[in-house]
Design a protein around this ligand. Structure first.
Ligand SMILES: Nc1ncnc2c1ncn2[C@@H]1O[C@H](COP(=O)(O)OP(=O)(O)O)[C@@H](O)[C@H]1O
Ligand SMILES: [Mg+2]
Length: 396
């Protein structure tokens, strides 16, 4: 089992899969009743429950670098046994102590690699009622030290592939943007001529059938115009008019515009705000367009869902430098989600899976967010929903 444990550390490149594997092997080998792994999230710089662990005690919990527990583990680089080391326990904050008692945690191990605390592990008790021996605890420490390196590797691997994906996407969209700008420009002028000519021809027309045709022509021309307009706002967005903007307020305003649909479709909207400061310097009307696009997509994706839940989360991201950080805005729906194979295409102009879609919403949003010095990503659990993450620089 130990040999297999080590092999899986080498072979698995997916972090969630690796975590699940480590957890199940540890439970199996040592017969403990419970394990919870917290990992450092590179985006928020907080320690959060890793992967898709189901745990009533820990799910909504996170630890920051100010945590006494994090501090102790970083400095001491070793595990500790809650029932035997009361002096260590008394160093922790009251809420941490309470949590440890309530969740009946017996051992806590650091996950340290490259001289950095990447996470830690809470272990419960042995199911057979026996205590965990010092020898077992030492062996566990050894295993978790190995695991910490494997986890660090998967994190580095994921970071690198995300960076490459982002680079390719930026390149591709820049090229498409140039192409689109050229095409839109060429289409716009003749279209103006067509529109005014058709309008002129319709003026003295008596025959109702022919008048219908002319009106239909006008409608189609207007439709093309709209698409060209959309293309231009993706390729050549108007200059930013920046001011202080409260993102929370802007999200609320965007929701108001959709309030009819939200009420009619019985969509449950929840705000989850984790930072006192939600103000950024940005172009409010352009950002509103981004939020509207994303919210509309979310609403449309939940068309056939049984449970319609929209969660808007705002939190502070890790510092970018000593005076700014990202503000993280995520909009999560419980809709049909996006297949992994389609995830890279959704930002392409004209990519749509809807019969009435233009496929321009996300490409325009992406270009607006980029022009703000931000980033935009969408992740999804197919069949369960999608999350749009928008990162905007914020002074601190
Ligand atoms: N929240 C979401 N859930 C599922 N699919 C989504 C979501 N957001 C975007 N998509 C997918 O991305 C495609 C492109 O979105 P968008 O650029 O807004 O164009 P449109 O909405 O006109 O199709 C959509 O057609 C849909 O397939
Ligand atoms: Mg859309």
């Amino acid at each position: 089992m130990l040999a297999e444990f080590n092999r899986s550390l080498i072979l698995i490149a997916d972090r969630d899969l690796l975590m699940a594997n480590i957890a199940s092997k540890i439970l199996q080998i040592f017969g403990v009743d419970r394990i919870a792994v917290f990992l450092l999230n590179a985006e928020t710089d907080k320690y959060v429950l890793a992967g898709k662990q189901e745990s009533e005690h820990f799910c909504r919990l996170h630890f920051t670098h100010h945590s006494k527990l994090v501090n102790w583990l970083s400095v001491n680089e070793t595990y500790f046994q809650t029932s035997r080391q009361s002096s260590v326990m008394s160093y922790f904050s009251d809420s941490e102590q309470e949590l440890i008692y309530r969740a009946d945690v017996e051992l806590i191990f650091p996950l340290k690699a490259m001289n950095r605390l990447n996470g830690f592990v809470f272990l419960g008790r042995r199911s057979d009622g026996k205590g965990i021996s010092g020898e077992d605890a030492n062996l566990l420490k050894l295993l978790f030290d190995h695991a910490a390196f494997a986890i660090e590797n998967t994190a580095l691997y994921e970071e690198q592939s995300a960076r490459i994906r982002k680079m390719y996407r930026a390149d591709r969209l820049a090229m498409l943007g140039e192409l689109a700008a050229g095409a839109a420009h060429e289409i716009r002028n003749p279209l103006t001529t067509i529109r005014s000519t058709v309008q002129y021809l319709g003026k003295g027309m008596q025959d109702p059938d022919k008048l219908d045709m002319v009106n239909e022509l006008m409608e189609e021309v207007d439709r093309i115009n709209k698409i060209v307009q959309g293309l231009l706002s993706f390729a050549k967005p108007s200059a930013l008019e920046v001011d202080k903007v409260d993102i929370l307020q802007l999200l609320r305003q965007s929701l108001v515009l959709l309030s009819n649909t939200i009420a009619r479709k019985q969509i449950d909207v929840a705000f989850d705000v984790h930072t006192p400061s939600t103000v950024v310097t940005a172009d409010a009307s352009q950002l509103k367009q981004v939020f509207l696009n994303v919210l509309l997509n979310a609403v449309e994706a939940m068309e056939e869902s049984e449970r319609r839940q929209l969660t808007l989360r705002i939190e502070a991201g890790r510092p970018l430098d000593y005076q700014s950080r990202y503000l993280l805005i995520s909009i999560t729906d419980s809709g049909k989600g996006i297949e992994p194979g389609d995830l890279e295409s959704i930002f392409n102009p004209f990519y749509t899976t809807k019969s009435e879609g233009t496929g321009l919403g996300l490409s325009i949003s992406y270009s607006i967010v980029s022009r703000h010095g931000g980033e935009m990503e969408i992740s999804s659990l197919p069949g369960r929903g999608a999350t749009a993450l928008i990162k905007l620089p914020q002074a601190m």
